[in-house]
Every structure is written in C-alpha cells, then in structure tokens.
Design a protein around this ligand. Structure first.
Ligand SMILES: [Zn+2]
Ligand SMILES: [Zn+2]
Length: 242
C-alpha cells in the first residue's frame, strides 16, 4: 500500500487518506480574517482605493490567502483535479462564507416569484478554463470546485461561460477589437448547444484564485451583458497585495 503524501510538504505520515494535507500543513493554513473589503476580498477596508472599484463584479470573497500550503493545493487541483482537494476547498469556502453570500443580491433578483422555466435566481458560474490548458491537463478545476460547492450552499451550477480555443496567437471566433481588449480576455457565453444553460439573475463566479481580478472582471462583464443583474465572486484563495 502506497503511503499517503501531503500535497504541500510532500511528507508521508500524519496524513489521513481522505485529507490532501498533513496535520501540520492544515494547522498552518493562511485563513483570512475580518474585517475584509466586501468588494475585492482583501483584508482591511479599501475605501476609494479598492482595486476592484472599476470591475464588473460587486463583491468577492475567499477563505484563504494565496500563501503557505495554498499554492500547492491549487496546483494539485489544477494538475490532477483530485476530488479530495476540491472537496476540502468547497467545504472551507462553505463553512466560512459570510451571511447572505448565497442569497439573491438585489430587490428584484432572488424573489420567490420565479416563473417555471425562467433562469434560476441565483446560481454558481464556474470561471471557464483556458481551453489549451484544459486539454493538456484534462481537468476543469473551477467546474470541479463549483460542483463540490453546489450541494454545500444549496445552489445549482450554471456553466454558461466559455473561452474560445486560441489558434496560435489568434483567438478564433473573436473580432480584432475583442482580441485586443484586455477586459474581454476572450470570455463569452456558451452557444451552439440545443439548450444552453440560462444566465442566472445573480451569478456567483467560482474560481480557485483571485489575483488581479481581471479574469473575474471579464466573466462578470460577459454575464452582465447577457442579463445578469448582479455578479459576485467566490474563490478559494485571494492573492494579497505585495
Ligand atoms: Zn504537509
Ligand atoms: Zn477592496
């Protein structure tokens, strides 16, 4: 029997089979406390200096700083897509999410008057993986994380976004303006299916790491243009400012 090895420190021993981390690495996880900027998810209060002030999502939240054992965990999720890692991340997001995190966000969204067949009021939207990377790794890490998070927060997953395949340095299916606009990052709505999933009124983007917010912004723009009234983000980790 192969001994379990901690994904962060690579040491065997003191690692439960169901846990990707040893006890020491788990104890040292860099939990982010309060207060926290509701808009960008950074510790403290940003006020008018919030780096997310011009971004299209209204709030962001993550339980962990991108530090310590977290980069190794994120990497293991991306490279191997280990279900145990997605489960650990989803459980930690769900257990610590602030009140109202999964609720409808505006006066009109999330009401109980949703018509039959109408888009869901609130749903999780995985940030689409870079298609070349996904093909190489065979893992769609944000989709896996969203799938583990959904039953824990009582929401469905609406995989409505996609990133078109890049051809060389060109992105097929996008105009020149779209290719040049950093805002777009080549994110778009999934089309071409018989019944593409509906865009929810309140979309909660799910990804592994929130770094500059550029990808979350591009996804939020695409969702808002498609009719979402509010877009928020949850990630497992938040990269702190230098
Ligand atoms: Zn360890
Ligand atoms: Zn902020």
């Amino acid at each position: 029997m192969v001994p379990a090895v901690c994904v962060a420190c690579r040491r065997a021993g003191d690692v439960a089979r169901t846990d990707p981390l040893c006890r020491a690495c788990r104890r040292a996880l860099p939990w982010l406390g309060l207060p926290r900027c509701r808009r960008c998810g950074l510790p403290g209060e940003c006020g008018s200096h919030c780096p997310a002030r011009a971004q299209a999502f209204s709030g962001a939240w993550a339980p962990m700083a991108y530090a310590g054992a977290v980069p190794a965990l994120v990497n293991a999720l991306k490279e191997r897509g280990a279900v145990g890692i997605a489960r650990l991340m989803a459980a930690q997001i769900a257990a610590t999410a602030p009140p109202g995190q999964w609720a409808g966000g505006s006066a009109t969204a999330g009401t109980a008057t949703q018509a039959r067949g109408a888009p869901p009021a609130v749903a999780l939207v995985p940030v689409p993986a870079d298609p070349l990377r996904r093909r190489r790794r065979g893992v769609d890490h944000a989709a896996r994380l969203a799938a583990e998070l959904a039953p824990r927060c009582g929401l469905s997953v609406a995989p409505v976004l996609t990133r078109p395949m890049a051809v060389g340095s060109r992105q097929a299916g996008l105009s020149r303006a779209q290719r040049l606009a950093p805002d777009r990052l080549a994110v778009g709505l999934r089309t071409g299916q018989r019944a593409p999933p509906a865009v929810p009124s309140v979309a909660i983007l799910v990804d592994d790491v929130h770094t500059t917010g550029a990808t979350l912004h591009a996804c939020a723009l695409a969702l808002r243009e498609a009719g979402a009234e509010d877009v928020r983000a949850v990630t497992y980790a938040r990269a702190l400012r230098d």
